[in-house]
Design a binder for this molecule. Structure first.
Ligand code: CAO
Length: 666
């Protein structure tokens, strides 16, 4: 065991990056690759993993601190002595990496073997700088051996729990071999295949995409410039070119935002423009402090490395006369100059893997303005940024916007009484007060429950309603003759008890109406009992008490039971067991009026009978029109469980029974 300080690794050139989360505490025993801290800048966010396992002796940072590469994070009592891992880590955090190693590790390729001379040769394709990540899984391979690929075409996509990135081809040429497959894990420098490309090795030095690692090495050997700048202090203002820095080989990247205007006083590292490609989004910082005297680009322009962005007048610099302006290839980026002796740093503004991880291809080519961290958040949450309403400046999507979108989406998915159904466009909210006085009152519990049940049933059950009429002329005569007798027994003999009795009888004749469909949608539960629910209108909402064993009860028993249940419903005295277990429901609006209606099935029942007001109608008896009292029947049913012909038979049978109630005796 040995104690050592774990430092911030290469973070793609970013500096003073905020720690937004600390994932470990003192005393924790951690494994290699466990996340120590999470960093987030305006350019990217990333987890910093432990380079090795061990016990956390001390946490040397706190949330909100800002850190740069090489800063201390924790003191770790390392497990055993994994010299290999230690070396790797030291390599990552070292500030004095030899230049030769830099070239070796960061090169995207190196010549593999001359292939026949004459202008074509074979080069190895290597995994580029992964920002410190290793053993990253290949989740997709976009090419096959023999493919002709163009420089910058995606070869494969890597994804770890920390980042995902497309690895582009460093050259235009033919893919000769591909030595990896989906699911393999790779690290920086791994050879993944070979390509046959045009030109000689010496041509390549000029034509190959710039190697991030080489730049600092070359630039480190350019102290003259630094001296010149030092000398310049106190001189006259100098007009300096600002050009697009190394874009990791990406070209023609659209400018989605310009953060400055001509005449602005700008600090070094201030964001000048924001670029966004289908691979990454990045801010391009100013390499100088000074006054922006000319801007050579506008939003929507596409730029590549080396393109002119504009000119800055740098105060106190030497007169530019006689000295040609530096080009990006001649000068170091600010980040590179700060760490010219470091291995493979991504130049300032270069999309780091974390930035690439945050990349998002806008839908239909539509550019969505959002920073890498916001894009990463959206990707993690599966949010299409194109659907998020931006609230930032220049319609920029902020993290809060993504959170608000998710919150809203979850709210929509949650079932509510009268809310819209999943996937159904919601009814737009409206301010009714614009039309007149209004008062808002929350729905009562009963109303809400009823609304939920009806909504659920309406959305789940394919409804069909069968209409019919029953001639109840004789029934009505009998009912009236029995009314007083029933009253003497405490029962009100309305048409309803007859309907309950007739429905119980019909259910016995048509048992397919006395079923429930199970949730699997494939199993019917056949009920051997006949409990009939009756919808009762109360001031607080609808209740459906149940007349149990209606098939076994007499008309008077049904009428007294109904009177009792009706009274309990009105006084909210119904017990739970008096409202459950129904097989079939009757909803009678006959005392109120109407000619027909389409009741909603009281699922999991499969049918409901709506009853409207009986009316005297002239009915043709074969030779004459006769005045008959006709009772409208509306049978709604679940078409999954009941077919239409059976529904027609059921209502016809019911009408016959009501027309001649002696049939109930058969
Ligand atoms: N045609 C003509 N007259 C009818 C009738 C019909 N279909 N049904 C009842 N009537 C008459 C009754 O005979 C009674 O008159 P009499 O006193 O002269 O005999 C009068 O209307 C009042 O009846 P009622 O309402 O007291 O009794 P009921 O048995 O018909 O109904 C109940 C009881 C609880 C079902 C009823 O009060 C009720 O709440 N109905 C509303 C149900 C409802 O809201 N359904 C909709 C659900 S879906 O939104």
């Amino acid at each position: 065991m040995s104690s050592e300080i774990i430092k911030v690794p290469d973070i793609g050139g970013s500096e003073d990056v905020e720690i937004i989360e600390i994932a470990v505490s003192e005393g924790d025993v951690i494994a290699a690759e466990d996340t120590l801290i999470t960093l987030e800048s305006d350019k990217a966010s990333m987890d910093v993993p432990a380079p090795k396992g061990g016990k956390v002796l001390k946490v040397l940072v706190k949330e909100g601190d800002t850190v740069s590469e090489g800063d201390d994070i924790i003191e770790l009592e390392a497990e055993g002595t994994d010299s290999g891992a230690e070396e790797a880590h030291e390599e990552a955090s070292s500030e004095t990496e030899p230049a030769e190693d830099t070239e070796e590790t960061s090169a995207g390729e190196k010549p593999a073997a001359a292939s026949g001379g004459g202008g074509s040769r074979t080069v190895e394709i290597k995994v580029p700088d992964l920002g410190g990540s290793s053993d990253v899984e290949i989740i997709e391979i976009a090419v096959a051996e023999g493919d002709d690929v163009t420089a910058e075409d995606t070869l494969f996509t890597l994804e770890s729990d920390k980042a995902s990135m497309d690895v582009p081809s460093p050259h235009t040429g033919k893919l000769i071999t591909l030595t990896v497959k989906e699911g393999d894990t790779v690290s920086e420098g791994d050879v993944v295949g070979t390509m046959e490309i045009g030109g000689s090795a010496s041509d390549e030095a000029e034509s190959a995409p710039p190697k991030a690692a080489e730049e600092p090495a070359e630039q480190a050997g350019a102290p003259a410039e630094e001296e010149a700048e030092e000398e310049a202090a106190g001189g006259e203002p100098e007009r300096k070119e600002i050009r697009v820095p190394d874009l990791s080989g990406v070209s023609d990247v659209p400018i989605i935002e310009i953060g400055v205007a001509e005449g602005d006083e700008i600090d070094e590292e201030d964001s000048l423009i924001t670029l966004e490609s289908d691979k990454a989004s990045m801010d391009v910082p100013s390499p100088y402090k000074g006054k922006l005297v000319q801007l050579a680009v506008k939003e929507g322009d596409s730029v590549s490395e080396g393109d002119l962005i504009g000119y800055i007048e740098v105060a106190g610099a030497k007169p530019a006369a006689g000295k040609p302006s530096e080009t990006p290839s001649e000068r170091k980026s600010p980040a590179a100059s700060a760490r010219s002796d470091k291995p493979a740093p991504a130049p300032s503004g270069t999309p780091s893997p974390e930035a690439q991880m945050a990349a998002h291809k806008p839908r239909d080519g539509k550019l969505v303005h959002a920073g890498p961290a916001v894009r990463m958040l959206a990707r993690e949450l599966g949010v299409d940024l194109g659907l998020v309403r931006p609230s930032g400046p220049k319609e920029r999507v902020l993290k809060e916007d993504v959170h608000a979108y998710v919150k809203q989406a979850i709210g929509k998915a949650r079932p509510s009484a009268a809310a819209d159904g999943a996937g159904i466009p919601p009814i737009p909210e409206m301010d009714f007060s614009q039309f007149g006085d209004v008062e808002e009152k929350p729905m009562g519990r009963l109303l809400k429950m009823g609304a939920t049940n009806l909504h659920r049933s309406w959305l789940n059950v394919p409804h069909v309603t069968q209409f019919d009429e029953a001639d109840i002329t004789e029934l009505e005569a009998f009912r009236k003759s029995m009314k007083a007798e029933a009253e003497a027994q405490g029962a009100k003999l309305t048409p309803l008890p007859f309907l309950v009795k007739a429905c119980a009888f019909a259910l016995a004749k048509f048992p397919q109406f006395n079923v429930s469909l199970k949730g699997d949608g494939e199993t019917l539960v056949w009920k051997k009992y006949v409990h009939i629910g009756v919808a009762v209108d109360t001031p607080d909402g609808l209740m459906v008490p149940v007349v149990r064993d209606a098939d076994k009860k007499s008309l008077i028993e049904i009428a007294t039971t109904m009177a009792d249940l009706g009274k309990k419903a009105q006084t909210k005295k119904l017990k739970r067991e008096e409202m459950t277990g129904g097989c079939f429901t009757i909803s009678s609006l006959g005392s109120i009026g109407g000619t027909a209606f389409t009741p909603i099935v009281n699922a999991p029942e499969v049918a409901i009978l709506g009853v409207s007001k009986a009316q005297m109608k002239p009915i043709w008896n074969g030779s004459d029109f006769e005045p008959r009292l006709m009772l409208p029947l509306s049978l709604s049913y679940d078409h999954r469980a009941i077919n239409g012909a059976d529904a027609a038979r059921f209502t016809a049978f019911l009408a016959d029974v009501l027309t001649d109630i002696r049939r109930l005796l058969l």
